[in-house]
Every structure is written in structure tokens, then in C-alpha cells.
Design a protein around this ligand. Structure first.
Ligand code: KG4
Ligand code: ZN
Length: 347
């Protein structure tokens, strides 16, 4: 290889996706990304089984790594830096990616960076738009976490609020399960809603904030009680019975979508009032794929003069490009960094 670019290999394996990103630090561009999703395997069980997740990561990681370098002009020894997610996530799943990449780095005596998964999501919007102004609010919503941050720069952010119980994606998925929809159910609830008028016809409560934090689990309980009260609960299957009319399930789905959308608007608005100097709002994580939430939030805040950004869908869900982006920034800040193999998955 003759070019003078510096290359980084980043890996993500915190939950049910094994992913690599080969990143050109010099040109700030993704050379190649690969991803292997386990969703189909876990869907059979109605949710992620941690032991199976580790096994699937283990089975695929080596092949996926070679696939990442294949058809590029970059060989393993051309890679200058290595990075991997070190948490939060499933310990066994994290360990597979972390050990694999750290071993590669060690074998070549190249620097290795451990990256926080949530920090990856937090800055993932920059993979799609480079001009997002600071300070901004970032709403991070996925299957494992729901957080809102004040982001002051690439190096400085503050967690303002979180969920007191279930994550937003988890709430979507649990309600979808009750409605007998496939796992993960967020996108199926959205699909049903798209064909109906978005309204809260089941009259579920839009829960209030407490000290800037939110609760999603009350909505799941309200849906459960609604199904029970209407005698459509199948106790054996622990979900809606086949006898329930389709319109009933559709009303639950659209009401769920309505309530979650409005909870998110209220949540962001609470902090917009407290931090009136913010210049933009970003939304990241798997739930940011939800067009109804994104468009409603965008319309609402653009009418208040605040720009809204979210990453392309491929960067909303778990991916290694967001890990590469954060690692590339850390590398730029510490250009004389030593090899840091003493980093552990527990730090
Ligand atoms: O960020 P992500 O891919 O993985 C985690 O770190 O959890 O998020 C997955 C979550 C799941 O709960 C999934 O149901 C939700 O994102 N999700 C959606 C949509 N697409 C994915 N939720 C609502 N509407 C969608 N279109
Ligand atoms: Zn994630």
C-alpha cells in the first residue's frame, strides 16, 4: 500500500450484532463496514438469549473480520489503530469482540482503544451530517437504554435524564409481544400505525416526568390491563388471544405509538426550556428509525426554531462505524498515545 492515510479497525459486539468498520482517519471516511445480525435467530425465542448471542458472535467474528478487509487495498498490517466497544452490553457478547480485536492489536503492537457503546450512539448523527451545531440535546433511544444528554462538544456531554424503568425500545417490544407481533416489535407497531390515524383511542396515560426522568413501563401495564379488561388475554400464551378483533389490536398499536411519541416530545421540551441556548436536537439509537416519532418531533421543534437531526437508519441501529467515529476522535486528540493493552472490559 502506498498511500499515507492512517487506518482504524473498529468492532461492535455488545448485543445481537457483530460489526466491523474499516475507517480512514486521514480522510474521515468509512472504507468498508460489515455487519452480521442475529435478530432472526433470537426472534424464534421472542427476545435476545445472552448465551446464544455470545455463541453467534464467536462463530462469525473471524469470518466477518476477513470479509471486512476483502476487496479493499488494506491488509491487516496496514491497520494503524484498533478499537472495540467495551460496554455497556451483554458481558459474554462484549468479551468476544473485545478479546478478538485486542488480540489483533497486541499481535501487531498497535494501539487499542476501548469505546463506550452509548458514546458511539451519542455522536452517531455525525456519520450522516458533519455540521450539527453545539451545544445540542441528544435523545438516545434503543432497546437497552433511553437517555437525554446535553452535548457541548465532541469531548463534553452531560446526562440530563434517563428512564426510571424500561427503555423506550423495550417498551415497544414488550407491547408488540403482547400483540403477538414478531421480535423486535417496534417497527411492526410503527407499520400498523402508518395505515391508521395516529390517535390515543385507548386513552392511555402520557406519563409525567419526575426530575427530568421518564417511565415507560406504565404504558406496557396499561396495555396489559386493557387487553385483560376486554377479555382478550390468553393466559397460557401470555399475549392477546386469537379471538381479539384486528381493530382492537390496531387501536392498541396506534395508541402506543401516539403515547410514546408525545412522551418523547414532552421529555425533550422539558430540557429545551431549561437549556434555551441549545442549537439543535439529535435523535439516535434503534427507535430513531421510527419515522412517525422522528417526523413529529422534527415538525414540533422546527416550529420552535430548533433544527432536528438523526443519522441514516443504518447508523441508528447498532453498528461499528459509530465506534470508529468516536475512536478516531480520541486518536486525533492523543496523537502520541502509547499502546494501551491494559484497558479491560471492566473499565
Ligand atoms: O440501537 P438498537 O439497534 O440496539 C440496542 O442498542 O438496543 O435498538 C433496538 C431497538 C429495539 O427495541 C427495536 O424494537 C427498536 O430499537 N426499533 C424501533 C424501530 N426500529 C427499531 N422502535 C420503534 N420503531 C421502529 N421503527
Ligand atoms: Zn445500541
Amino acid at each position: 500500500m502506498t498511500d499515507k492515510s492512517k487506518y482504524l479497525l473498529a468492532c461492535e459486539s455488545s448485543c445481537d450484532e457483530t460489526a466491523f468498520s474499516l475507517y480512514n482517519i486521514t480522510t474521515k471516511s468509512i472504507v468498508k463496514s460489515t455487519i452480521h445480525s442475529q435478530i432472526k435467530m433470537h426472534a424464534r425465542h421472542g427476545g435476545v438469549i445472552p448465551e446464544l448471542a455470545s455463541q453467534f458472535h464467536f462463530n462469525i467474528i473471524s469470518e466477518l473480520f476477513y470479509e471486512t478487509l476483502a476487496e479493499t487495498s488494506i491488509a491487516l498490517e496496514d491497520i494503524d489503530y484498533f478499537a472495540c466497544t467495551n460496554g455497556p452490553g451483554l458481558p459474554g457478547a462484549l468479551l468476544i469482540g473485545f478479546t478478538f480485536v485486542k488480540t489483533l492489536a497486541w499481535s501487531l503492537q498497535k494501539p487499542f482503544f476501548s469505546i463506550n457503546h452509548l458514546e458511539g450512539h451519542l455522536y452517531s448523527t455525525f456519520l450522516s451530517s458533519s455540521d450539527i451545531p453545539f451545544p445540542h440535546l441528544c435523545m438516545s433511544l434503543s432497546g437497552g437504554h433511553s437517555n437525554i444528554y446535553l452535548v457541548e462538544s465532541f469531548d463534553s456531554y452531560v446526562l440530563l435524564g434517563t428512564t426510571r424503568d424500561d427503555a423506550c425500545g423495550e417498551c415497544f417490544d414488550k407491547i408488540a409481544k403482547l400483540l403477538n407481533l414478531p421480535y423486535p416489535g417496534g417497527k411492526y407497531i410503527e407499520e400498523i400505525t402508518k395505515n391508521n390515524i395516529l390517535k390515543n383511542s385507548r386513552n392511555y396515560t402520557i406519563s409525567n416526568l419526575q426530575d427530568g426522568s421518564i417511565s415507560f413501563s406504565g404504558l406496557k401495564t396499561a396495555v396489559l390491563y386493557d387487553i385483560m379488561k376486554n377479555n382478550y388475554y390468553d393466559k397460557e400464551k401470555k399475549k392477546i388471544s386469537d379471538k381479539a378483533p384486528i381493530e382492537f389490536a390496531q387501536e392498541i398499536a396506534t395508541s402506543t405509538q401516539y403515547v410514546i411519541t408525545h412522551m418523547i416530545i414532552n421529555w425533550i421540551y422539558y430540557f429545551v426550556e431549561q437549556y434555551p441556548h441549545i442549537k439543535a436536537i439529535t435523535m439516535v439509537g434503534g427507535v430513531a428509525c421510527n419515522e412517525i416519532i422522528a417526523h413529529t418531533v422534527e415538525k414540533y421543534f422546527e416550529s420552535h426554531g430548533i433544527h432536528f437531526y438523526r443519522p441514516e437508519k443504518k447508523f441508528c441501529c447498532d453498528n461499528a462505524d459509530m465506534i470508529a467515529l468516536v475512536a478516531a476522535h480520541k486518536i486525533k486528540k492523543n496523537s502520541n498515545i502509547e499502546n494501551i493493552y491494559n484497558q479491560s472490559i471492566l473499565t
